[in-house]
Design a protein around this ligand. Sequence first.
Ligand SMILES: [Cu+2]
Length: 286
Amino acid sequence: MAKLPFMQPVVVGLALLFGGAIAIVATMQQKQVATPHHPHHDHHSSTATQHHSGGAPNTHAELVNAPTPPPQQATTFTLAIRSHSGEAVTQFERFQEELMHLIIVSDDFQVFQHLHPRYLGDGQFQVTTTLPQGGGYTLIADYKPTGANETVAMIPIAAQGAAPSPPAPTAQTTQVIGTTTVELKLPQPLKAGSAVEVAFRLRDAATQQAVTDLRPYLGEAGHLVILRETTPLKPVDYLHAHAVDRQPKETVRFMTQFPTPGRYKLWAQFQRGEQIVTAPFWVTVN
Ligand SMILES: [Cu+2]
């Protein structure tokens, strides 16, 4: 329990005081999006979603019945989206085929889950998942209230127990994920603050031939989530890059922009047949 985020003792204390019916108010930040970037709109030439710290957010996310999940057991998370004045926000727009995209990432970036909570109505979303290890995590909820900007809310949680020591980050640019070899292609050196193309070449691990069974995933050629290595995570540290093309090819390209120098982890996701391939890479940005 030594590595709990600072909020957790407060949460536990409040939970004891008020019988568990408490909510964690997430840190949040609106993403100002210059152009619609929904995949069902024409955004083939779109650049990365930009994050700005200015501007008051319209909504925030709260974790209802904040659990302290035991690792390796199914845990249900219920998120409530509320306005500034505390009223339930009930209308959402679908983007990338879903009403909410929820990324769950462990503090050491070893665990990454990309989930789509079910909308229960009345501003509440629910998802059941199993966290594989103890220690701290961040829930990153990405949603778009109807008529408002896409919003990213971050909620720190702690699973019971401690995380195992993570392996050291590697600069490896090729990963074999199941039957797929994923090769990261980046301009070098990587500079913060300018648009950059991040590409992934996908080959069959057995034959080293280009994969032929790639399908769009959530309406795009692939998805790319990028997080800056920092504690605690803030919305500005989260990038969701959009694929340049809708139809996947052997090389799937994304445009993004790393805001500041530092170390980042990339999780590229593709759909091969019925299978989702998630390939993690560390990169250093100068
Ligand atoms: Cu998603």
